[in-house]
Ligand binder design. Structure first.
Ligand SMILES: Nc1nc2c(ncn2[C@@H]2O[C@@H]3COP(=O)(O)O[C@H]4[C@@H](O)[C@H](n5cnc6c(=O)[nH]c(N)nc65)O[C@@H]4COP(=O)(O)O[C@H]3[C@H]2O)c(=O)[nH]1
Length: 947
């Protein structure tokens, strides 16, 4: 915070006041001072005059005393010494300044002796004397003498008695003037013989004349000037008043020699000490008066007594002090007033500046507000246009949530008249709002006065059509924070909802059959389980798989397959109640959910009815087909099936049904689950089997029926699991195919088989052919051809010594690419065979197009050829067909000599089966080769031991 600096500058008014005040004070002070000086001068003059007059009066009075005394001598002739004494004694008492009364007797020299004698009578020893330079000496002879004859008082004046004063210069001159004028005449200062102190004294003499005017002598008085002056001043009451310093001189001159009296010390009349105010003090008052008494000039010098300045100049000093004080006070006041005024002015300036600023801001604010208002108007205009153009409308509710405003072409957009809405709350308009989660959330938000978003609800519009609306809103509060209502936007979302419903429907339904798909099935299942839990009635889940659908699909084409699926879907739907769910799970798999109702207990009849409905003939183009299905049923809550495993269990049961020969249904039992679990166990163990080297190959010989010699072998995989033991391929090949593990496993089989064959060939055990099974998964794998090439290259096996066994199903789905691939495989030089021929869809037509070399007659046909004419005929026709196509035929699963005979009769080329040998470990097989055992040996000894 900056420190405030002391303001020393005077305001103009204060400066003027100070200047004016000082000037006025100075002028008045000087004026008053002048007046004081004048007064003092006047007073001094008066004082001086009074004193001079008093002194003159004193002198005159003294002379008067002499004159009175002189009158005594004029009236009393002669005056005796005692008379003189009597007369003068009271006068001496009254006038103490008279040191002595004298009578100078005029004595001629002739009378001297007598006169001296008379003196001596009065005072013995007295002679005439004279005062020479203060010393009394006997008077020499003179023509005449003026001798002190009468002398009062005698005491103290004794030396003057008999003194001839006529020779004393001062006295002589006084006597001369007195004698000449006949009046009293004063001498100059005397050095009295009787007064060694030297006090200034003088003598006044006045002649005394006798009869006839003869000079008898003179009366005289000796006056002590100082006493006279003091007495005179005292009598006038001026002795104590020291305001005027008096110095009295005898004669017309002033000077120490002539000074006879002073009422002060000489220093007092000296120049006053320098004083700062001396210029204001009156100049030293000084006056010199002269008067004449007894013919003697007297000079009186008067000085004003020095006084403290204030004594003479109190008024002017007070005036000065008062003036200065007043000036300063006034100046301070004016300064303060000025500063206050200045401050006020500054304040006013600041305020004015503030006001200007505020005003400017106000103007700016107003302009900004105008701009804002304009922008607001424009924005509102835009908003209105946008609202009009958009599909949204704007709504407002009051604090009781009643609609009070609806804008933006509400009716046009919503199909509802405004009157239907205004004045009502949303809850009143939309029935059952609290029944849905979204509605309850909305109500909670409203009660908490919180914003809400995208609340969707249905209403019938004014045409009675169902429409969907979506609203969002936020609460409004006034300045005091009081809730005043809600406002927001709304829109018609019917089109979106319909699309959503369609999308939802599509998402939850199978496109081909229109049945619920897996997703919706799950929902329905949950609902059914919930219902079962509530009602205590069971729920059945049926998993329906069409038997040999793949055959139809592959042989008749996808369209026929689709028709079949749609037909089955419709039949399933038709055979069940509306409340039951029929869903398509995948491909040819359907799921039915059956919920038991009070009057209709679930029974196996329902399942049978479903099977029967499916088993009806279906027209696929011009052909009539009979389709059967296998059904697995899982019940809830009966057989320990948890709700989430219902479909899985139904699937397990369905597999069991399939396994049992298709076209039947099975209810799930926990035992089935064991198989399923084993499948899971196998699956997890299979993942590590290859790495752990758990696989081995067994080789089953293939024998030429003409020569009876082994011409080849089929490589058959075996899995030696440390816990499961020897796992047959039927248990894990399916799992390996499902999981895709068959691809690496198959590659291993091919490499091992080729390497083994090559090893045996190199060992000189014959130029045999090894057959390797190729699964569907391997067939469609991109790396198949390069893999084969690589194996052949790496093992060095002749391609013609490798036979790849394919199943019919591999290329039934899409024939053209399969034919192409077969050609490319064939181009490698390998042989191709069709495994299990006859079990599949037996479409002979494709055989001519395929570059295959061998047909393998399935074991199931061979098995029955000796006692089933039908199968025997089929086998015979397969052999004929193959030969017609220049294919060689091998029969597998030959277990008996009869079977062998029949096959020989029919011209079958080769055989494979337990009759000759089971699949053997490589070591045993090698042994077989080394023994060069053939069919002949068996025929010689039919009890051949097989491994
Ligand atoms: N009852 C009876 N059976 C006989 C007779 N002669 C041979 N068999 C059996 O018939 C099956 C012939 O193989 P498949 O039809 O290709 O059927 C094979 C084949 O489809 C598959 N398989 C075996 N090894 C492989 C393989 O390495 N790769 C692939 N993809 N599949 C394989 O597993 C199936 C079963 O193989 P196996 O259990 O080894 O079963 C073999 C064999 O042991 C007989 O006289 N009577």
């Amino acid at each position: 915070m900056p420190r405030r600096r002391l303001q020393l500058s005077l305001t103009l008014a204060a400066a003027l006041t100070l200047g004016g005040g000082l000037a006025t004070t100075a002028v008045l002070t000087v004026a008053v001072n002048r007046l004081e000086i004048d007064n003092q001068s006047l007073a001094f003059e008066q004082g001086a005059n009074v004193r001079v007059a008093a002194l003159r009066q004193g002198m005159d009075d003294a002379v008067e005393v002499l004159i009175v005394t002189n009158q005594l001598f004029a009236t009393v002739q002669p005056v005796t010494r005692s008379q003189f004494h009597d007369f003068t004694t009271p006068l001496l008492l009254r006038n103490p300044y008279i040191k002595a009364f004298n009578f100078h007797r005029a004595v001629q020299d002739s009378e001297r002796a007598e006169f001296e004698a008379g003196l001596q009578r009065f005072r013995p020893g007295t002679i005439l004397r004279e005062n020479v330079d203060g010393k009394l000496v006997p008077a020499p002879r003179r023509p005449h003498y003026n001798v002190v004859d009468y002398l009062e008082p005698m005491q103290g004046n004794e030396p003057a008695f008999g003194l001839n004063v006529g020779e004393n210069g001062e006295v002589a001159r006084a006597l001369a003037r007195a004698h000449a004028s006949g009046r009293a005449s004063a001498s100059g200062l005397l050095r009295l013989a009787q007064d060694p102190s030297g006090k200034p004294s003088f003598e006044v003499v006045m002649p005394v004349y006798g009869p006839a005017g003869r000079l008898l002598g003179d009366t005289a008085i000796i006056i002590d000037v100082q006493t006279l002056a003091r007495a005179t001043l005292a009598r006038a009451g001026l002795l104590e008043d020291g305001s005027v310093l008096l110095t009295m001189y005898i004669g017309a001159q002033t000077g120490a020699a002539a000074m006879v009296y002073a009422n002060h010390d000489a220093a007092e009349t000296a120049a006053p000490a320098a004083s700062p105010l001396r210029w204001l003090a009156r100049p030293g008052a000084h006056e010199v008066d002269r008067f004449v008494a007894a013919g003697q000039t007297w000079t009186v010098e008067a000085h004003a007594a020095p006084k403290p300045y204030l004594a003479d100049h109190l008024a002017s000093s007070l005036l000065l002090a008062g003036g200065l004080l007043s000036t300063l006070l006034l100046t301070a006041f004016v300064q303060a007033a000025g500063q206050r005024t200045r401050k006020v002015q500054e304040l006013v300036r600041e305020r004015t500046a503030d006001l200007k600023l505020t005003n400017q801001r106000l103007i700016d604010d107003v302009l900004a507000r105008k701009r804002t208002e304009k922008a607001l108007q424009e924005s509102e205009q835009r908003f209105r246009q946008l609202v009009a153009m958009s599909s949204d409308w704007y709504w407002e509710q009051d604090e009781r949530l009643r609609f009070v405003a609806l804008t933006g072409h509400f009716t046009e957009k919503s199909g509802i008249a405004v009157g239907r809405i205004l004045g009502r709350t949303r809850a009143e308009i939309v029935g059952g709002l609290a029944d849905s989660d979204a509605g309850r959330e909305h109500i909670a938000a409203i009660e908490a006065r919180e914003p809400f978003k995208n609340l969707e609800y249905r209403l019938l519009d004014d045409n009675g059509e169902e429409r969907w609306y979506c609203v969002s809103g936020q609460p409004m509060f006034d300045d005091s924070g009081r809730f005043t209502g809600y406002r927001g936007t709304g829109s018609d979302i019917t089109a979106r909802k319909l699309t959503e419903q369609r999308v939802h429907h599509v998402a939850q339904h199978d496109v081909l059959t229109g049945l619920p798909n897996r997703s919706l099935l799950q929902d329905r299942l949950e609902q059914a389980v919930a219902y079962a839990n509530r009602s205590g009635h069971p729920v059945w889940v049926m998993l329906i798989d069409l038997d040999r659908f793949k055959f139809v699909n592959d042989s008749m084409g996808h369209k026929a397959g689709d028709v079949l699926l749609m037909t089955v879907a419709a039949r399933l739907r038709g055979s069940l109640r509306d409340t039951d769910t029929v869903a398509r799970l995948s491909g040819d798999e359907f799921v039915v959910i059956l919920s038991q109702h009070e009057d209709q207990p679930l029974t196996g009849d329902i399942v049978q009815r479903v099977m029967d409905s499916v088993a009806q003939p279906v027209m696929l183009g011009p052909k009539e087909f009979f389709v059967t299905c296998s059904i697995g049923v899982a019940a809830y809550p009966s057989d320990g099936t948890p709700a989430e495993s219902l479909i899985e269990h139904a699937d397990i049961a369905m597999y069991r049904a399939k396994k049992l020969g298709r076209n039947n249904f099975q209810f799930y039992t926990p035992a089935m689950n064991e198989e399923s679990l084993e499948r899971v166990r196998i699956e997890s163990a299979l993942r590590n089997a290859l790495e752990r080297n758990e696989f081995v190959l067994h080789y089953q010989p293939q024998v030429d029926l003409k020569t009876g010699q082994i011409v080849g072998m089929e490589a058959l995989i075996r899995w030696k699991h440390p816990e499961l033991g020897m796992v047959p391929p039927t248990r894990f090949i399916g799992v390996a195919e499902d999981t895709g593990l068959i691809v690496p496993i198959g590659a291993w089989v091919m490499r091992t088989a080729c390497a083994q064959n090559k090893a045996w060939q190199d060992a000189g055990l014959g130029n045999l052919r090894v057959a390797v099974n190729l699964s569907a998964r391997q067939f469609s794998a991109a790396e198949l051809l390069p893999g084969i090439e690589q194996v052949l290259a790496e093992t060095g096996l002749e391609p013609s010594c490798l036979e790849l066994e394919l199943t019919e199903s591999l290329f039934m789905s899409d024939v053209t690419p399969a034919v192409d691939l077969l050609h490319r495989m064939k181009s490698l030089g390998v042989k191709l065979s069709i495994d299990d021929f006859g079990t599949g869809y037996s479409s002979f037509s494709y055989l001519s197009r395929f570059p295959i070399d061998v047909l393998k007659i399935d074991r199931s046909f061979v098995n029955d050829i000796t006692h089933d004419a039908n199968d025997a005929a089929i086998v015979a026709s397969i052999i004929t067909l193959a030969h017609n196509l220049r294919l060689s035929v091998i029969a597998e699963g030959v277990e008996t000599a009869e079977q062998l005979d029949y096959l020989r009769q029919q011209g079958c080329d080769e055989m494979q089966g337990y009759y000759f040998s089971r699949p053997l470990p490589a070591q045993d097989f090698e042994q077989l080769l080394r023994q060069r055992r053939g069919l002949a040996a068996l025929e010689d000894e039919p009890q051949v031991a097989v491994a």
